[in-house]
Design a protein around this ligand. Structure first.
Ligand SMILES: *Cc1c(COP(=O)(O)O)cnc(C)c1O
Length: 411
């Protein structure tokens, strides 16, 4: 461990992103390895929220829709997120939840491929992605078929009846990352559209939706973007697909919302995928998180994420030998995103015991400890220290308590 501590110190001293950590509220002593689930709060967020509440809402009231630019927040923040994911201005909006945006993308894709009836995804995907597909199948009375095949069988399952393929860029459990450009190219050869779920990659990996020729994409605001609990998500639609028909044809997606016309006429561009009134409070917090992220160079973010991961894997090696942890993420950093999973039969109890020593990681069924690696908020030394505390949990068997045997409702 000694030389790892030294190495971590050197890496921290040279870290070009090191200064950004001070922009977040992080409790002293806490090592937070769950920022891929709920990101830390930027220190600037409370002041921004107070301004939105007191000056814009309490004082400005309805005039703030224009004066405080509430009405255009989805597009303004969408354009900022666009810079993080290689999209063009006007292709991204910040709105609704990721689940709802998945529904919008799938149904929009179906509207562009009216003579095809299959929407395809992979088994083991984050469940909401599959659930949204199942809902569409049910609503369609069976005309649309939702199919899920094993992750490595997806490309072979695409045929000329496939309207759209929904894939996660970085898998929420294993953390394996797909080659976005190559996968998109192969799927599009069959005429299907490709929808990328970027929940676990936005703000952690370099993404270039334009270069990858992606059709649609969605992602979370509360994970690596640090937008706060329940932050609005984002929705990307490539310029060429902006003639798709929105099924959630709400008034904010209308060409003239304030004309209050009887008939629905979709707005031009990505705006047609807005639905109802923007979540102003959530958007205010999200914008702070996105602004901080934009200060970082995504190449440096990715490089640090890899360095944190390599350090973690190295530090974990003795624990793997001694206590039976198994690496459950790709060993090759080029093939993984920004968290690392370890399988262990007592994973749940260990995650609980880690909290006692101020390390927050998370548990994913059936037996995975997941360590999120957030380059803006973590130091290399935090990784080494977290593994050292895990080693102590193993040695002392502090995880072996009846209270840690029952799995809580939220993990
Ligand atoms: C976190 C996550 C979601 C979350 O969806 P919500 O609608 O925000 O609850 C969806 N898909 C993936 C792949 C995720 O990792």
């Amino acid at each position: 461990m000694g030389n790892l501590i030294d190495r971590a110190r050197v890496l921290d001293e040279r870290d070009p992103l090191g200064a950004l950590r001070s922009r977040f509220h992080i409790r002293e002593d806490l090592i937070y390895l769950d920022g891929n689930s709920l990101g830390c709060m930027p220190k600037a967020t409370p002041a921004r929220m107070t301004q939105t509440l007191e000056a814009e809402w309490a004082e400005g009231l309805i005039t703030s829709w224009l004066d405080a630019e509430w009405a255009t927040a989805p597009q303004r923040i969408g354009d900022k997120i666009a810079r993080l994911i290689g999209a063009k201005p006007g292709e991204v909006i910040a709105a609704d939840s990721t689940s709802v945006n998945i529904f919008k993308a799938l149904t929009a894709a179906l509207s562009l491929r009216p003579d095809r009836s299959v929407i395809l995804t992979e088994t083991t995907n984050f469940p909401t992605d599959s659930y949204m597909m199942q809902g569409i199948e049910q609503f369609s009375g069976g005309r649309i078929k939702a199919r899920a095949v094993a992750p490595d069988a997806v490309l072979d399952a695409v045929d000329d009846n496939t309207a759209a393929v929904l894939l996660t860029h970085v898998h929420y459990k294993s953390c394996s990352a797909r080659d976005m450009a190559e996968t998109t190219r192969r799927i599009q050869q069959s005429g299907a559209l490709v929808i990328w779920d970027l929940s676990h990659s936005t703000g952690a990996l370099e993404i270039d939706l334009t270069a990858a020729n992606a059709d649609f994409a969605v992602g979370c605001g509360y994970k690596f973007l640090n937008g706060g609990p329940g932050a609005p998500a984002f929705f990307y639609v490539a310029g060429r697909n902006q003639n798709a028909s929105p099924v959630l044809s709400g008034w904010f997606g209308h060409a003239q919302p304030f004309a209050f016309e009887e008939a629905y006429t979709p707005a031009n561009g990505a705006d047609r995928f807005l639905c109802g009134t923007p979540y102003v409070l959530g958007l205010a917090a999200l914008e702070v998180g996105v602004d901080v992220m934009l200060e970082a160079d995504m190449r440096q973010v990715r490089a640090k994420s890899i360095a944190l991961g390599e350090l973690l894997i190295q530090a974990m090696e003795p624990l793997c030998r001694q206590y039976g942890f198994t690496l459950a993420s790709p060993e090759n950093p080029a093939e993984r995103g920004s968290h690392i999973g370890y399988a262990h039969e007592n994973a749940y109890a260990m995650v609980q015991a880690l909290r006692e020593v101020e390390v927050i990681a998370d548990f994913r069924t059936p037996e995975m400890i997941r360590f999120g690696l957030t380059p803006l908020t973590l130091r290399h030394s935090d990784i080494v220290e977290a593994v050292s505390r895990l080693g102590e949990v193993c040695r002392s068997r502090s995880w072996d308590r009846p209270a840690y045997r029952t799995v809580a409702a939220v993990t």
